[in-house]
Write a protein that binds this ligand. Sequence first.
Ligand SMILES: CC(C)(COP(=O)(O)OP(=O)(O)OC[C@H]1O[C@@H](n2cnc3c(N)ncnc32)[C@H](O)[C@@H]1OP(=O)(O)O)[C@@H](O)C(=O)NCCC(=O)NCCS
Length: 195
Amino acid sequence: MGERLGSNFIKLIMRINFIDAGVDDIDCMINMIKSEPGIFKNNPYNLDKTKDPWIWISDKLVTFKLILIDKAVCGFFIARHINANSHLHGFFIKKSFRNKGLGKMLIFEFLKSAFKINPNIQTLTLHVYSTNINAIKFYKKYNFREIEQTNDLIFDSGGYGSWARNCSIKGRWPLNDGVMLFGIGSIKAMSMIKR
Ligand SMILES: CC(C)(COP(=O)(O)OP(=O)(O)OC[C@H]1O[C@@H](n2cnc3c(N)ncnc32)[C@H](O)[C@@H]1OP(=O)(O)O)[C@@H](O)C(=O)NCCC(=O)NCCS
């Protein structure tokens, strides 16, 4: 990535900040999602701030983080840390800021924040629509792999099991048609952020 952008990259990285999002930032995040209606078309909850994930904004086990260049918000992620798993509920870089390495920085920030909140985490997961080819390629690049949504997973004692049970309790296991579960183990994730 450094070679790709050369000295411009160095200039850019010096101006990049991550900050925790607050209630006042919810509209900004929702508007980002609204600007590309095709991506999350099957999930209206993403646009309703009286529903999750937005109502979790003050929950200590949920991280809402913005990525900024100077004071301009370029993207965000939302992650929920429950039991041995951290789940990425939302991940977005504004269209005009893509392909500049910001998504990479944001995914590393997610990994770091998950270990900070729970050093004993075993897995990190996310859901992605099978039609979202761009995001799938991106997550695969950072070693996330598709996890099969089997009934056995509900009985798994590790992080994937705890996520499958969380979905199952809500009547969402297996996930809706066309929704893939991706995950990465903590050892692999830790080796990436230590590099
Ligand atoms: C997926 C997304 C976060 C990528 O963000 P980004 O800032 O463009 O990604 P980066 O510039 O940091 O790219 C990092 C690496 O991923 C690769 N990558 C990014 N998008 C890619 C794509 N569509 N296809 C293949 N590789 C891709 C880049 O080539 C780069 O690799 P390199 O450093 O070897 O060149 C962004 O496209 C996005 O926000 N999409 C819309 C929202 C969305 O789909 N979110 C996921 C919901 S589950």
